[in-house]
Write a protein that binds this ligand. Structure first.
Ligand code: KG4
Ligand code: ZN
Length: 346
């Protein structure tokens, strides 16, 4: 006889998406609701924490209700409540953490604390038929660029991360310099389609032969200098540039960032003798990055398998939270009602 499935309600409020989802047995997505705040932050060119927090407060219960309704599930059929409590903006995380604790208390269901970055990894794994380990995992998002040695869903080991800007942050800042719409990542990708990735040789910071850390502030500054001159005294030339010139800058910037991401991931894979590479996080939605990493995996000897998060689960969502929580549920790793949000990952 088949056992009863485990239904987990996942909640995500770490940055600018209010999300809830119901996932059965870590794999079957019964519902996924994401309320994006892009419109609210657009005019500021980046996420404003206070605005994000207030929007989460407004949306959190409607989003949870919608996820429950869409799943066609009553509270009695929920086995646990999972919440991403780190890393992220503290005043954004606090909304989801408080909602999850309230539901856990009111419904008398176990509470599961999830690391948002580890959840991004789960997006790459959850639809895979099989996973050969060890795996080298790259998470590229707006707030983080991290490489992991992945041996188990619950204990990925950090191999390296950014020492300054995250890759997504660099996309967002360069989009602002180029006066492209927010959020910057998708805008740069769209603009780059018409550009020549070899037009400008932007710097590729590798931080030494063995380093698995990243640095993207140099390339962002290089784009700024390119547009305003080395002394920064000139006007931003973007207004007088042709569409083609802007496309060339976007394509060359994107190519340089991808080059570094792919080389470092390959470096990490070699170091741990990885059989698989995992790719997740908002920037993983970028088609050129997905293609470049796939090519690198195919041409490696022996070839390495690439597992990439489906595009709809690259950016922030609660499916990845509920899915990862299944492993913690199985292991009996529950949080209590003193759970707090944490700005950085522990
Ligand atoms: O994972 P995510 O939704 O939020 C964080 O955890 O930070 O990632 C958001 C980031 C933003 O910086 C956004 O510009 C970037 O992912 N992004 C992209 C693309 N789609 C989203 N970057 C490059 N190409 C894309 N297609
Ligand atoms: Zn994220």
């Amino acid at each position: 006889m088949q056992g009863k499935s485990v239904n987990i309600l996942g909640i995500e409020t770490s940055c600018d998406e209010t999300a809830a989802a119901v996932v059965a047995d870590g794999k079957v997505v019964k519902s996924s609701v994401v309320a994006s705040q892009t419109k609210l932050h657009e005019k500021y060119g980046g996420v404003v924490p206070e605005i994000a927090s207030r929007a989460h407060i407004e949306k959190i219960y409607p989003v949870i209700k919608e996820a429950m309704d869409e799943a066609g599930i009553a509270k009695d059929d929920i086995d646990a409540i999972a919440i991403a409590n780190q890393p992220g903006l503290t005043i954004a995380l606090i909304v989801g953490v408080t909602a999850a604790k309230t539901l856990s208390f009111a419904w008398d269901k176990p509470l599961i604390a999830i690391n948002h970055l580890h959840a991004h990894l789960q997006s790459a794994i959850m639809s895979a038929e099989s996973l050969e380990m060890p795996a080298a995992a790259l998470i590229v998002s707006g707030g983080h660029t991290s490489l992991y040695d992945y041996h188990s869903p619950l204990e990925p080991r950090l191999l390296g991360s950014t020492i300054d800007d995250a890759a997504g942050e660099a996309f967002d800042k360069v989009a602002t310099i180029l006066k492209l719409p927010y959020p910057g990542g998708p805008s740069i990708e769209k603009t780059a389609v018409d550009g020549n990735p070899k037009a400008i040789d932007f710097p590729r910071s590798m931080l030494g032969r063995d380093s698995l850390d990243f640095s993207f502030s140099g390339i962002k500054t290089a784009v700024l200098y390119y547009c305003r001159g080395q002394d920064m005294k000139g006007e931003n030339k973007v207004d007088s540039m042709s569409r083609r010139e802007i496309a060339d800058i976007a394509a060359s910037f994107q190519a340089a960032v991808i080059d570094v991401l792919v080389k470092k991931t390959r470096r990490a894979a070699k170091k741990i003798d990885a059989k698989t590479i995992l790719l997740g996080g908002g920037v993983a939605a970028n088609s050129s990055l997905r293609t470049a990493l796939q090519e690198k995996c195919d041409s490696s000897t022996p070839p390495v398998k690439l597992l990439v998060a489906p595009k709809q689960y690259c950016t922030d969502n609660a499916v990845m939270v509920a899915s990862l929580a299944y492993y913690k549920f199985k292991a009996g790793l529950f949080a209590d009602l003193t759970l707090e949000p944490k700005a950085s990952s522990s």
